[in-house]
Design a protein around this ligand. Structure first.
Ligand code: M6R
Length: 614
């Protein structure tokens, strides 16, 4: 959580920092701030509660000059979201300013120690402790800022991506990271530092991803100088940035979420490109080709993930067990890391993450490695921490997902799950060639079917209008559509703040049915052919208790549509593929309800795009 951006170069820093913050706002948006070192060597710090636009409003008429600066958009961890707790934080002398993404876990003990040494604190944050720790080291050890940062970080327990500017050094920023992401863009006589590449896109193509426990001196006219906090030199590895400006703009849509929903036909095609071969009815997954044997003979494949990525993993578990007959477990990364799981070198752990930065998933990877398991990743962000921490992996190629609510990330992850299951089935010989061919041809047709679903979704807005004021909602599905029910409910609750729960439909009579009355709408995903009759019975049970029914049905459906109050059609498909289609109208439904309720669709309250803290 939190986004950091910094600049040093020949241009005015302020507009670059503000634009960078806006691109990073998805990471946190409860307060924002900027520090600029001007030509008179004055360090001007401006902070505001709220969004980057509030910060902009607050600096009108103030000195925003300077060719070097740091900026931050915050998702509060320590201390309430107010102006005082916003970053940047100044050291006691006022000579240096720091921005920080992460958590310093031992900040209380460090703060007490610093207080004994005469330091005082204005905020409740761990970040203000860190900048004063650095200042204390600098003063007592008589070292330069780079060295002070390196030494200080040896006393810190926790996660950080930090950037510091210091008076008297108008051409230099010191940065460091551990656990939180950081990328440096190298321009012509200028440097950009950010939490991810989005603030850098369009400015330079040359980037360096900073590794854990590295400290960097970014000085104009010099190459990047990197040492680990343990004082070992590291050589920067300069890479080409694989992202363009179009991919991070709204392209005429009112919100990123809707833009990303409509990108799904293309994204699913991109995810399959060069991997699904409908001409030979085969699948190739280059990223994991060296680990296919381990997957095939694994005692268990264990997915670790959080939120939407966990839902996609659950779809994956149904697919791999059904098609490839390999045992699969699906774990919340946050539980896995603490529950002492039984994992052996004969298991393959697969971490699934859009951002590639989720702290719990990273911790689960670390634990799985300690147990000796092969660890693979299914990740969207190229060069992210998870993609680097895993032995090998499959990129989803969904492009930057800016809306906090995941949409295209889910469908691209599920697409990877299909390809993985089909590849393993191919290797294991669990499917007849005819059936495998049928499945591969169907997967190949899914982008067109998603497009059809989008083209026929206008009435979803009318249905949303009818339910925008409800207080609760249930989502029911069976088999591969049970995770879709969970995902539909998550979309609704996270962006509209309506309480919603997903269930396997048959579980209804084991408790949730008690909730059904005229005020309880229930969304049924009634597309699976082999459980269709059973879902019809569940619909009947809700109907007879006066519950309202919204049914997602296949185009050719006859019976469910006659029972439901509202019907949403998806194209006919082989049942196991319906998650890739049924999820689309549920995203659109949640979107319209949230817009009608006046909610901030792209940046829902209390949330952040990548959860880089526990
Ligand atoms: O980046 P990750 O996929 O690891 O993020 C995990 C969850 O925080 C994420 O899927 C979250 O649940 C969704 N953004 C909600 O829509």
């Amino acid at each position: 959580m939190c986004g950091i951006v910094a600049y040093v170069g020949h241009q005015d820093a302020y507009p670059i920092l503000i634009e960078g913050l806006k691109r990073l706002e998805y990471r946190g948006y409860d307060s924002a701030g900027v520090a600029l070192l001007n030509a008179q060597d004055e360090l001007n710090v401006y902070k505001a509660k709220g969004k980057v636009s509030d910060l902009e409003a607050s600096v009108v008429g103030k000195d925003i000059s300077g060719h070097i600066g740091i900026a931050h958009t915050r998702w509060a961890t320590h201390g309430e979201p107010n102006q005082t707790n916003a970053h940047p934080h100044l050291s006691n002398s006022g000579n240096m300013a720091l921005i920080h993404n992460g958590i310093i876990e031992n900040y209380m003990s460090l703060r007490k120690e610093l207080e004994k040494r005469g330091f005082t604190f204005k905020s409740d944050t761990d970040t203000e402790v860190l900048i004063n720790l650095i200042e204390d080291v600098q003063q007592s050890e008589h070292v330069d800022l780079f060295e002070a940062v390196r030494i200080a970080l040896n006393h810190v327990v926790g996660a950080y991506a930090i950037a510091i500017v210091e008076k008297g050094h108008p051409d230099e920023i010191i940065a460091a990271r551990k656990g939180s992401p950081m990328v440096i863009g190298i321009g012509q006589n200028e440097y950009f530092i950010a939490s991810d590449a989005t603030p850098i896109v369009g400015r330079t193509q040359k980037v360096v991803y900073i590794e854990d426990e590295q400290v960097v001196r970014i000085k104009l006219g010099e190459e990047l100088f990197i040492r680990t906090i343990h004082d070992v030199e590291a050589i920067p590895y300069v890479q080409e940035l694989e992202m363009n400006l179009d991919s991070i703009e709204k392209a005429g849509f009112e919100h990123f979420m809707m833009k990303e929903i409509y990108e799904q036909p293309r994204i699913v095609r991109d995810t399959m490109r060069g991997r699904l071969h409908p001409d030979t009815n085969s699948v190739s997954l280059g990223g994991i080709v060296n680990y296919e044997k381990q997957l095939l003979y694994a005692d268990n494949i264990v997915f670790v993930a959080c939120g939407t990525s966990w839902h996609a993993s659950l779809v994956g578990s149904y697919l791999i067990e059904f098609l490839a007959k390999i045992r699969v477990k699906v774990e919340y990364a946050s539980e896995f890391r603490y529950r002492h799981p039984v994992i052996t070198p004969h298991d393959v752990v697969i971490a699934v993450s859009q951002s590639g930065e989720t702290a719990d998933t990273l911790a689960a990877i670390k634990l799985a490695k300690e147990y000796g398991a092969v660890v693979l990743g299914i990740c969207n962000v190229i060069g992210s921490s998870i993609s680097r921490a895993t032995d090998a992996g499959i990129y989803t190629h969904a492009g930057p997902e800016i809306g906090v609510a995941s949409t295209k990330a889910f469908t691209s992850q599920v697409t990877v799950m299909f390809m993985l299951a089909l590849r393993l089935a191919e290797l294991k010989g669990t499917l007849t060639p005819e059936y495998r061919a049928e499945l591969i041809q169907e997967l190949d047709s899914i982008p067109e079917k998603i497009q059809w679903t989008l083209d026929h979704s206008a009435h979803v807005k009318d249905i949303a209008a009818k339910y925008k004021d409800v207080r609760n909602m249930l989502y029911m599905g069976r088999l591969q559509n049970y995770p879709v029910a969970l995902e539909g409910a998550l979309k609704l609750k996270e962006i509209s703040y309506i309480h919603a729960e997903g269930y396997p439909a048959a579980e209804m009579k084991h408790g949730p049915i008690a909730l059904i009355d005229k005020d309880m709408p229930v969304v049924f995903i009634a597309t699976n052919r082999n459980t269709y009759e059973k879902v019809l019975s569940n619909i009947q049970e809700v109907k007879s208790r006066n519950g309202k029914i919204i049914a997602v049905v296949s185009e050719k459906d006859v019976t469910a549509r006659g029972m439901a109050d509202h019907v949403i059609e998806i194209p006919d498909c082989i049942s196991i593929f319906s998650p890739l289609l049924a999820t689309i109208p549920l995203q659109i439904f949640a979107y319209h309800i949230a817009v009608m309720r006046g909610c901030n669709v792209d940046q829902p309250r209390n949330l952040a795009k990548s959860v880089t803290v526990e």
